[in-house]
Design a protein around this ligand. Structure first.
Ligand code: UD1
Length: 330
């Protein structure tokens, strides 16, 4: 059984990847500092997978601890999900953001190289793309004109990986550019955990449904879109997790670096998300329109064709199915 190290494996996307890894016969090893996740997730993963998942509490910048883990377990491939992801926080605390996201990636790569582990899947983001390019966004469009330090940290890591693959032919590097992950495992046991007021749309809707927040603010109503609200490519987190399995299955076939969009290829408006939630859960969501949020793109959705062609992977769940799963957590 192949050991796959998964950094940030206790987090939202990482924990869902752990479920898919086990289901597909891999042995996940979680590396997480639990700064933005909870230890209780490990028990929940055990319940879902029927397997005790090996896990280490480690800050990836702690090289000596990281090295000891690489010495202890043979590693087939690393899935690097760990990282701070709150955009607003990245603006307030720019240096800690760079230190954590870029510092962790560097330390991890150094340690991998030292241990002759040259396969990595990196969790990147659609925020690396420059806006105002023709839709759907393909992997080949321009990147780098980033709008906040969070996005910049993803971009910088991508650029480091590009150079690494260019100048060191040992490496097999895959970059997955996630669009908007939503939903949760059908058990409802693992989900996106948010402390305080969530930034992301669906976690916010969930809090309103649970009456923990009074109403949702819909940022902007006069975008040039079908109903005036922003359009995003919402992908079920289990689909996203399965995308990593598709990458893993083929990572041995070709060295070098490859980039894939992880999205549905379909644009959905904010109002459509609210309606789908209401329809699937039967819970009405009160919302008010408020002014546009700074930095929001009007429309973002991907071309998912490259992943389908090369990885034979495509999304299975639609928005309604994602919302049926969200119903389990309200
Ligand atoms: C967010 C992150 C982005 C990350 C991406 C994928 C921000 C600014 N961007 O994108 O860096 O890569 O997820 O994980 O956080 N909305 C409301 N009311 C709310 C919350 C959101 O109307 O309370 C709207 C937003 O204006 C946006 C849409 O819902 O149009 C989605 O927002 P959100 O869930 O925050 O994701 P993104 O901003 O698209």
């Amino acid at each position: 059984m192949k050991n796959v190290f998964i950094t940030g494996g206790a987090g939202y996307i990482g924990s869902h990847c752990v479920v898919s890894l086990v289901k597909n016969g891999y042995n996940p090893v979680i590396l997480d500092n639990f700064s933005n996740s909870r230890q209780t997730v490990l028990k929940k993963l055990k319940t879902i997978t029927n397997k005790k998942i090996i896990s280490y509490k480690v800050d990836l910048r702690d090289k000596s601890k990281l090295k000891s883990i690489f010495k202890k377990h043979k590693c087939y491939c690393v899935i690097h999900c760990a990282g701070f992801k709150a955009v607003s926080e990245s603006i307030r605390e720019t240096i800690p953001y760079f230190d954590n996201n870029i510092g962790s990636a560097l330390s991890l790569l150094e340690c991998m190289e030292e241990n002759n582990v040259f396969k990595i899947i990196f969790s990147s983001s659609c925020t690396v793309y420059n806006e105002n390019q023709s839709l759907p966004w393909k992997e080949t469009i321009k990147i780098g004109n980033t709008k906040n330090p969070y996005a910049t940290s993803k971009y910088i890591i991508e650029r480091m990986l590009m150079d690494l693959a260019k100048y060191n032919k040992n490496w097999s590097i895959r970059i997955a550019r996630y669009f908007n992950a939503i939903g949760n495992h059908s058990s409802g046991l693992i989900k996106e955990e948010t402390n305080g007021v969530p930034n992301f749309l669906v976690p916010y809707i969930v809090k309103v449904a649970k009456k923990e927040l009074p109403y949702l603010r819909v940022f902007g109503k006069n975008y040039r879109t079908k109903d005036g609200t922003c359009i995003r490519d919402f992908i079920h987190v289990m689909d996203l997790a399965d995308g990593h399995i598709a990458l893993l299955k083929k990572i041995n076939q070709k060295k070098g670096l490859k980039i894939y969009n992880f999205g549905t290829g379909k644009g959905t408006s904010v109002l459509e998300v609210i309606r789908a939630f209401e329809k699937q859960t039967g819970v009405p969501i009160s919302f008010r329109f408020s002014k546009k949020r700074k930095g929001d793109a009007a429309v973002s959705y991907c071309s998912a064709k490259k992943a389908l062609k090369e990885l034979k992977w495509e999304t299975k769940y639609n928005l309604n199915q994602a919302m049926m799963d969200v119903k389990k957590i309200i």
